[in-house]
Design a protein around this ligand. Structure first.
Ligand SMILES: Nc1nc2c(ncn2[C@@H]2O[C@H](COP(=O)(O)OP(=O)(O)OP(=O)(O)O)[C@@H](O)[C@H]2O)c(=O)[nH]1
Ligand SMILES: [Mg+2]
Length: 252
């Protein structure tokens, strides 16, 4: 069984991507378990095989701990790890080739509290990878793009499994997404665009961050994707398969 975690900032398109990727694999003969790991999720665009909301009820946490919605979300995120045995059992019972795990809307609740890294490390699977969604709307300037790349690097430090950067919702920004792809593949173009749009101090900060990111990661291959048009789906699924396979080789 292979596990793919879908992460990204709030509203980046995690749930939509999950809803597109699962049937894509199924139509090609694989079995797929979708997992909703967001206790606060409402109106999911897919019907999860395993749902953390069956084990953690946000409303009753609010009532029993006298918490508001934010406090209850933090507590419920911290409780996710305690439910790993039930999650693992439900997934194993389904016995899928792929498990696609849709993570909580607020990524800091998943990545920067203990539960997320614990789940990522301790879930039993042959291969694991994490998708990090760069929301096209948020990546619209060169400086904002660098700040998202820094977030992706930060997530890598927290989760420590192979990660695949995805440029999501590309249908929403016309042809601008091609410029963002250029930023991802050509640091010189990116630096020049930062120079044109940023103040002197922000230029120094952004290019300093960029240079250290480029130094540490020479294979930054951003995958453009739209859940609306399915553009990029073929390439994305091929990359996921390749990364999962290379992870297996490393583990051997
Ligand atoms: N046009 C377009 N809209 C999208 C795409 N992906 C997601 N959306 C829309 O963007 C909004 C957020 O998408 P979700 O998939 O719920 O994003 P999410 O990251 O799961 O959001 P949270 O879990 O709430 O953080 C929804 O209104 C989606 O319909 C896309 O590729 N194209
Ligand atoms: Mg979601």
């Amino acid at each position: 069984m292979q596990v793919v975690f879908v992460t990204g900032t709030a509203g980046a398109g995690k749930s939509q991507l999950t809803s597109i990727l699962a049937p894509w694999y199924e139509e090609r003969g694989s079995t797929v378990a979708t997992v909703n790991l967001d206790p606060g999720a409402t109106n999911l665009p897919y019907d999860p095989i395993v749902d953390i909301r069956d084990f953690i009820d946000l409303e009753s946490i609010m009532a029993s701990h006298q918490l508001g919605p934010n406090g209850a979300l933090i507590l419920s995120a911290d409780m996710i790890a305690t439910r790993l045995p039930e999650l693992q059992e439900a997934i194993d019972e389904y016995n899928p080739d792929y498990t696609i795990i849709d993570t909580p809307g607020q990524m800091e609740l998943f990545a920067y509290r203990p539960s997320g890294p614990y789940i990522v490390e301790n879930i039993t699977a042959e291969g694991k990878a994490v998708l990090f969604l760069f929301d096209s709307i948020l990546a619209s300037t060169a400086t904002h793009f660098v700040s998202l790349a820094l977030l992706a690097a930060s997530l890598q430090l927290r989760l420590q499994i192979p990660s695949i950067p995805v440029l999501s919702k590309i249908d929403l920004i016309g042809t601008k997404w091609k410029k963002i792809m250029k930023w991802a593949s050509n640091a010189t173009v990116l630096e020049e665009d930062i120079r044109q749009e940023a103040s002197a101090s922000d230029y120094l900060l952004a290019t300093g961050v960029l240079r250290s990111l480029v130094k540490t990661d020479s294979s930054f291959e951003l995958m453009p994707f739209s859940a609306q048009t399915s553009e990029g789906l073929v390439e994305l699924s091929a990359t996921i398969t390749r990364i999962l396979k290379s992870g297996e080789e490393v583990d051997d």
